[in-house]
Design a protein around this ligand. Sequence first.
Ligand code: AQP
Length: 355
Amino acid sequence: MSKVVPTPSAFTPRVFSGIQPSGGLTLGNYLGAIKRFVEIQDQGAFETIYCMVDMHAITVWQNPADLIRNTRELCAGFIASGIDPEKSILINQSQVPEHAQLGWIFNCVARMGWMQRMTQFKDKAGKNAQNASLGLFGYPALMAADILIYHATHVPVGEDQKQHLELTRDIAAKFNHDYGVDFFPLTRPVIEGVATRVMSLRDGAKKMSKSDPSDASRINMTDTADTIAKKIRKARTDSDTLPSESGGLAARPEARNLINIYAALSDQTVEQVLYEVGGKPFAAFKPMLADLSVAKLGPIGAEMARLIADPAEIDRLLTRGSERARNITAPILRQTYDIVGMVPPVPVGSAPWSG
Ligand code: AQP
């Protein structure tokens, strides 16, 4: 996997990214996001902050008991995949209130026309947009705040988040322009690798998603070896054999998806995989993919189960993470308020009515 090199800038090289605890973690989240988060953390060229974005999750209805369980499970998934809570700052969004506070400022910077162009809102609100929450519409402005409250310079994400990252840059640029400052960085998306868009196992035109009603459409990080093998065996495919070159996958979305997953899990290029499996029927390839998936995901799932068994320890880690995060976010919010023209509090003990 290529190394992400910080671009020279006045800002500390800092990576932020988040995942919604809106269900169990999927193979899409793992390959499109978490695997990359770990690689960047381990390269050591950036400060890394990774977040369970629980406030984003409630933009659509979440059962409270599920939300708290999914947030702890997501935290376990991060750690089991290799995120080290000492090397990285690991938080849940609602414990760092500056995200929401800057989010409000950005609601006042972002333009209605920009927000109305967001395809994720259109996809998630569906035909009944009038009944969608205001939070779902404003989601990308809060996402911009999640990133910019850290002055993050780089954000690793899957392909589906590209448009939101462009909006984040637009918001930073407009804020800087309107207030005549050079305060927020123009954050760069990091969308790299062969699995930036893992597709549903049931429909090669649809993204693999944790909220898809069909459990067979996705591989969950907590699935057992048997379940993973069964889902891959039943994954939709065509009747041709696999091609020997990547051009042969162009009009075959399901085949391309399975090859991409194999390539990402084995840290190979698509060409290397096709050199190995070109000419094979799916009946021969699927067991190879199932074995590889179980070998890579099995240990992560087992470690997640071990960590989830001690929720108090997960809560302690998240509290510690939020304390570290607020050392960064509180000063950036205060400076933002100063730029905007909000009266600061007088230092404790210096007001005439105190002491
Ligand atoms: N299928 C995917 N392929 C590659 N990357 C993916 N990501 C999500 N699905 C895929 C990446 O995972 C990160 C976190 O995403 P998220 O959970 O915040 O939101 P999402 O993209 O909306 O993911 P889901 O699974 O589809 O959640 P629901 O069903 O709740 O909407 C992001 O970097 C995303 O790109």
